[in-house]
Design a protein around this ligand. Structure first.
Ligand SMILES: [Zn+2]
Length: 251
């Protein structure tokens, strides 16, 4: 048996977050087979996550109304955050790839709320990828621009009394936009894309992905003909958040 007297770095989950602990493993207290498996697993993870703070955990087929996709699950190695990517086709670094970072919107994506355009944007992105035959949607689970669903409902209550989406967030003590896109950029890179045709109206996303070293070769607008309850929300996005919206036919 080779010398296995060494220190292993194990990751232990504590109170909802991952914290590294150095654990001295005594050769007398641990079997060789376990050490062998643990060592090769660590080496694999080191290779997979070198320079990254997310890692791929699972992948499966996902047939949808819009066509067949693959669904890929990632976990952050620095927080509890999970990321899901819908992927279609063979992703190649040198070829421009249709990409969307879709921020979770329970009310819009699941309940088909008319207060925003999120649900139809997600569906449009899936349809565009289906017709292109190739692309990626990163589903970022940062509800309500990062404030969480319960705070978002509280913000909606303030909007019922006349506040706009930004005023409501600020009154609740949050920033205008609490989202970060760095780990979404990592997911996109791990999936093999480098040159993006980014489906977004949000200049912050374009900037963030460029800063993360991805090339944006084209911005594909995702403008939805929204219904009346979303008009104020979309106007606020355009006028106060700089979103690139025409809003033709509305104003
Ligand atoms: Zn929404």
């Amino acid at each position: 048996m080779r010398n296995v007297s060494r220190t292993l770095l194990l990751t232990i989950r504590t109170s909802g977050s991952y914290s590294p602990f150095d654990i001295a493993v005594n050769q007398r207290n641990i079997g060789y087979q376990f050490l062998k498996e643990e060592t090769s697993l660590n080496q694999q993870q080191d290779r997979a996550t070198a320079g990254f703070t997310v890692q791929k955990e699972a992948e499966a087929k996902l047939p949808t109304e819009y066509g067949p996709f693959r669904i890929v699950g990632f976990r952050s190695t620095t927080s509890d955050e999970e990321f899901v990517a819908l992927v279609k086709g063979e992703i190649k670094a040198q070829e421009p790839t249709l990409v969307r970072i879709h921020s979770q919107c329970l009310t819009g994506d699941v309940f088909h709320s008319l207060k925003c355009d999120c649900g139809p944007q997600l569906q449009r992105a899936m349809k565009l990828i289906q017709s292109e035959g190739k692309g990626i949607i990163v589903y970022q689970q940062q509800e309500g621009r990062g404030i969480g669903i319960v705070n978002k409902i509280a913000a909606y209550a303030l909007q019922d009394e006349g506040a706009d989406t930004i005023e409501a967030n600020v009154r609740l003590g949050f920033g205008v936009d609490e989202r970060e896109y760095g780990q979404c950029a990592e997911v996109i890179k791990l999936l093999g894309a480098q040159r993006l045709k980014l489906m977004s109206n949000n200049p912050d996303k374009v900037r963030a992905l460029r800063n993360a070293g991805l090339e944006i070769v084209e911005r594909v607008p995702l403008e939805i003909s929204a219904k009346q309850p979303a008009f104020k929300y979309l106007l606020t996005k355009k006028e106060k958040m700089g979103h690139l919206l025409q809003l033709n036919g509305i104003f």
